[in-house]
Each structure stands twice: as C-alpha cells, then as structure tokens.
Write a protein that binds this ligand. Structure first.
Ligand SMILES: NC(=O)c1ccc[n+]([C@@H]2O[C@H](COP(=O)([O-])OP(=O)(O)OC[C@H]3O[C@@H](n4cnc5c(N)ncnc54)[C@H](OP(=O)(O)O)[C@@H]3O)[C@@H](O)[C@H]2O)c1
Length: 344
C-alpha cells in the first residue's frame, strides 16, 4: 500500500480509502448494504492489516448507523486512533426538524457533535460537506467550517459534489478572510463517469487539493458481473435494485468487454482492472472502495498490485471517452496551437 499526501497538507493517506456506506442498512440504504458489527469488524481489520489508514463514512449513511458501527469497530479491534484518518460528512437530512440538515453554522456544529458521539471520538480528521446547500450562503458555510476547525473538533475540511465554480468561490472567500479552506475533494469518478476530468480534477490540481473518487466501480457495474447477456447480477447485488450512480450502460458494456481481455492478460479480476485505472489517473489521491464481503475487499486491495501498461490504459481511455461538453471541447481546440508545432 502506498501513501499519498492529501493535497498541500502534510497528511499521508493510503492510496485506497475504505468506504463504510454498506454498514447498517437503515431505510433507503437497505439496498446498498446491511453489514452489522461482526462483519464490519472483519472488514475494517482486513483493511487496516493491509495498510489502509483512511476510512470514509457520513452522518447520513443509514442515518448514523455507519458512524456508530465504525466507532464500535475502532474500539472492538483496539485500533490506534492516532494511526487512522477518519473522514465523515454532513449535509443530508438527519431528521424531520427543519434545521436537522444543510450546511448552516447551526447544523455544522450540531452535526459534528452528534458524529463525534456516534464515532466515540474527540475529533474528526476530515469533515466533508456532502453536497450543495442552496439556501445557506457560501460565506456562512466557510465561516462555520473555519470555526469548527478552530474548535479542535475537526482537523481538515473538504467538499463533495459541488460544481467547480462553487468550490473555487469558497476557496476565494476562505483565502480572502484567512479562514481554513477545503483541502480535499470527493467526487464520482470511474471508467463509466469521467465528467470530473472537465473542471473538477483540473481544479484540484491547480489549487493542490486531494482528490478522492467515490463509486470507482460505478456501484458494482464495472466489476464484470454485468454484461449485455447478464443485465441482472443476482445474489442481492446492489445495482439490481438501486440504479445508482447513473451511467451509460451501453458504453459500459463495451468498457467491460475491453476490461475482460485486460484482466485475462493481467491475471486479475475485471473489478481490479477498473480500480487500477482509477488509481493510475493523474491527480487521484485515494480511491474510496466499497465492499459487500471479505472476498471483494481482498480483490479490491489486490488492485493496488495491478499496473496497467500504456497500451492497456490508452485502450481503456478510448473505449470510455465521451464527447466533451462546451466549453471544454472549445478549450481543447483553441489551446491546441498555443505552443508552436504542438498541433502538427
Ligand atoms: N460523497 C458521496 O456523495 C459519495 C457517494 C457514494 C459513495 N461514497 C463513498 O464511496 C464509497 C464507495 O462507493 P461505492 O460503494 O458506490 O463503490 P463502488 O466500488 O462503485 O461499488 C461498491 C459495490 O460494488 C460491488 N463490488 C465491490 N467490489 C467488488 C468486487 N471485487 N467484485 C464484484 N463486485 C464488487 C459491491 O456491491 P454488490 O456486491 O452489491 O454488487 C459493492 O458494494 C462509499 O462507501 C462511500 O464511502 C461517497
């Protein structure tokens, strides 16, 4: 397992981050996963024994159950808290009261307190805003995040799922005011979803923020168990019931065809090829893996030993490419002659 710096911080995180969205199974999360304490302990132990030091949860995963189970695992396994980087999030609806969601200063402080209680920790290493809150000003959000870091309850802050312009605006406000700013970005990025390449990854590189892809297997679709002849994987597979994240399935079947050949050459699984591709993209700090059982986890960890050749990478890039949206195709077109001789 390799360790990468989280953006321009001095914090080292493993190249794989263990995602706990499958812990719990409450309400709308039942199709994602229903792992209870014993199974969670086994998965966390395997992850930590393999060198993973980075664990991702959220207040909203099974409405607090994921954080509770993770906190219990840290205790049950007697893990050294100071060797772990624990990330959680807030934004989602955590109750029927009007202020039990969003990114107001009020909810930032309340949510962090509740997450700490569930996790049985005295600080969170990385707190992400989980999505856009269109009614709270970016200034209030950044001030709230700054103050929660200053309180000592949070070490670093990050952002998920905001459009690039909002992230840049938030960085601008925080820099102008001398407040703590985002150090990490967490976005959907996989062979079936390369939208982040347009503006988000360039932004993370330009501003030196860590970049953490979520759903690197597109919720399991890129594991090889979904093909044109096998539209349902069976065995309680998540995507049979919960069609998320949205992808172009026809193109993904073509991607799977190419991955099957590469997997045979590399003597690994299709899922390992998909995860290796994500890991090898420039700008990726730590890929957040999701697993239903220990066999999947072992395979996903093994993906760090898969080194795709230049030819394999370019085949995968080709089959997974999409027509760029405007203005990105115009940027490429106009910029191609910026260096004399470069477009010949
Ligand atoms: N910030 C956000 O908005 C956001 C959103 C989503 C996720 N996340 C984070 O990212 C993490 C990972 O997301 P994800 O669970 O969607 O990741 P994923 O890798 O795209 O999908 C994981 C699912 O794929 C299947 N799978 C995994 N490994 C496999 C293997 N080796 N062979 C066959 N099937 C395999 C399993 O489901 P089945 O067995 O049921 O098919 C597993 O639950 C989450 O735990 C969470 O921490 C963040």
């Amino acid at each position: 397992m390799k360790y990468n710096l989280l953006g321009n911080t001095g914090l080292l995180v493993s190249e794989l981050c263990f995602g706990t969205m499958t812990f719990g199974g409450e309400g709308m999360w039942e199709h994602v996963g229903k792992q209870q304490q014993g199974e969670a302990d086994e998965l966390i132990k395997k992850s930590v024994d393999s060198g993973i030091n980075f664990i991702d949860t959220a207040n909203v995963y099974s409405f607090g159950q994921s954080e509770t189970i993770l906190g219990n695992s840290i205790k049950n396994l007697d893990l050294n808290r100071d060797e772990l980087v624990i990330a959680t999030k807030l934004r989602g609806k955590m109750g029927d009261q009007p202020n039990n969601q969003g990114l107001s200063r009020y909810h930032i402080f309340n949510s962090v307190e509740k997450s700490l209680n569930r996790l049985q920790l005295d600080h969170i290493d990385l707190l992400y805003v989980h999505g856009v809150d269109s009614v709270t000003s970016i200034r209030e959000i950044m001030r709230g995040l700054n103050d929660i870091v200053e309180s000592g309850k949070v070490r670093y802050v990050g952002v998920c799922n905001w459009p690039a312009w909002m992230v840049m605006k938030a960085l601008g406000i925080a820099r102008q005011e001398g407040w703590h700013e985002f150090k990490a970005m967490q976005y959907f990025y996989s062979l079936s979803g390369r939208d982040a390449e347009d503006a988000l990854i360039p932004l993370s590189q330009s501003e030196k923020l860590g970049f953490m892809p979520w759903s690197p297997l597109a919720g399991g679709f890129l594991s090889g168990k979904y093909t044109r002849d096998n539209e349902k994987a069976g065995g309680g597979s998540r995507r049979d019931e919960f069609d998320f994240p949205p992808i172009n399935k026809e193109q993904t079947y073509d991607i799977v065809d190419v991955m099957e050949e590469i997997a045979e050459n590399q003597d690994c699984s299709v899922a390992e090829v998909a995860l290796a591709w994500v890991r090898l993209q420039s700008g990726v700090t730590s890929t957040i893996i999701g697993t239903k059982n220990i066999t999947q986890l072992e395979s996903n960890i093994n993906s760090t030993n898969v080194d795709l050749t230049d030819d394999e990478l370019s085949e995968l890039n080709k089959v997974s490419s999409t027509t760029k949206r405007y203005p990105f195709w115009m940027v490429d077109r106009q910029d191609s002659d910026r260096i004399p001789g470069s477009n010949e």
